[in-house]
Write a protein that binds this ligand. Structure first.
Ligand code: CA
Length: 342
């Protein structure tokens, strides 16, 4: 398999994608609730728009394409009105129209099911929808592996859910196009006159992780382990199906911290980095300059810095995991940064 793109959102920054497609401020973000690693994408829609989107996308140029992602629908999986739907993966052609999209949809008054909408012809543009098995409350609150395949030469469309072939459809290839854009996240839409409930209960909240684009079938991630005993001595802990070196800082040698399951020598400015969520924030470089210009050259400053590097990693970890704490620390650092900038 050749992997052409992979995103587990592990840069901690949504801009590792080519861009976002959003309605009304529904900007996707990264979150520490993840399927693998430290981060996943978070996609939210509000109920006030009939059609709304919160997506990341990347450009492509493929005629035989597999796209797989893990999605966790935390809210809104079955609370649809008749004909309403939302899509998790969308593959578009050069005309910006869908070639293949997969998601969850009601067909009239029927319960929601997995759905594939696929292109029949390009000129004139025509598409159709076919359904897989039902989606229930039991599918809410778990990571679901969703994979879609499209082949322009054969006109074949396939959808796998948790590695099981859920939907197959073949059309006359005719004038089908290549895939020029891959989108992941939420694209929701209702039907005119049967709009999304305006009372507000149909907010959809989706997490996405481990999204891969390839030229061969990808399939679900294979778990290395289910318990610690399955892991080798150099990576003794089983976290989310993967053997890792450490779970917490306490598993690491003195002076090192646990980052993404690996013991590393801490980089400076842990607390500020945890608070701002990235080590690149401009505020942090101001603090760094202060450290380099003042803290390290005076005796007292050096002592302070040493104490800081010894004690701060556990504090930084706690801050990184709590949004309110992060905001609180940012509020404390803000006047300091402003003072230093003068
Ligand atoms: Ca991840």
């Amino acid at each position: 398999m050749t992997t052409l793109y992979r995103s587990g959102f592990e840069t901690g920054n949504i801009s590792e994608w080519a861009g976002t497609k959003v309605s009304n401020g529904l900007q996707p973000s990264v979150t520490t609730f993840s399927f693998r690693g430290s981060y996943a994408g978070l996609f939210l829609t509000n109920p006030t728009l009939d059609t709304a989107r919160s997506q990341v996308y990347i450009s492509s140029d493929m005629s035989d394409i597999y796209v797989r992602g893990y999605f966790y629908v935390n809210q809104g999986i079955t609370a649809l009105q008749r004909h309403d739907r939302f899509y998790l993966l969308r593959l578009l052609g050069p005309d910006n129209q869908i070639v293949a999209v997969v998601g969850i949809r009601r067909d009239g008054d029927l319960a929601p099911r997995w759905a594939l909408s696929y292109r029949l012809t390009t000129t004139p543009f025509a598409n159709a929808t076919t359904f897989g098995g039902p989606v229930s409350e039991a599918d809410q609150g778990r990571w679901i592996c969703v994979e879609i395949h499209y082949n322009r030469e054969t006109g074949l469309y396939e959808v796998w859910i948790d590695g099981r072939l859920e939907i197959t459809m073949a059309v006359t290839p005719g004038d089908l196009t290549a895939i020029t854009e891959v989108q992941a996240g939420i694209y929701k839409t209702g039907v005119a006159g049967q709009a999304w409930d305006p009372t507000g209960q149909y907010t959809i909240e989706v997490y996405g992780d481990e999204i891969i684009i390839a030229d061969r079938p990808i399939g679900p991630e294979v778990s290395e382990c289910t318990v610690d005993a399955d892991c080798p001595s150099e990576k003794p802990y089983c976290v989310g199906g993967v053997c890792v070196q450490c779970r917490t800082n306490n598993d690491c040698p003195t002076g090192m911290i646990c980052q993404n399951g690996i013991c590393v020598t801490p980089s400076p400015c842990f607390i500020a980095t945890a608070a701002y969520g990235t080590s690149l924030a401009q505020e942090i470089s101001v603090l760094r300059q202060f450290r380099d210009n003042f803290m390290d050259v005076t005796g007292v400053g050096r002592k302070l810095a040493e104490t800081y590097y010894r004690t701060s990693p556990p504090i930084a970890r706690a801050i990184a995991q709590h949004n309110t704490l992060r905001a609180f620390v940012r509020a404390i650092l803000k006047p300091i940064v402003q003072l230093l900038q003068k």
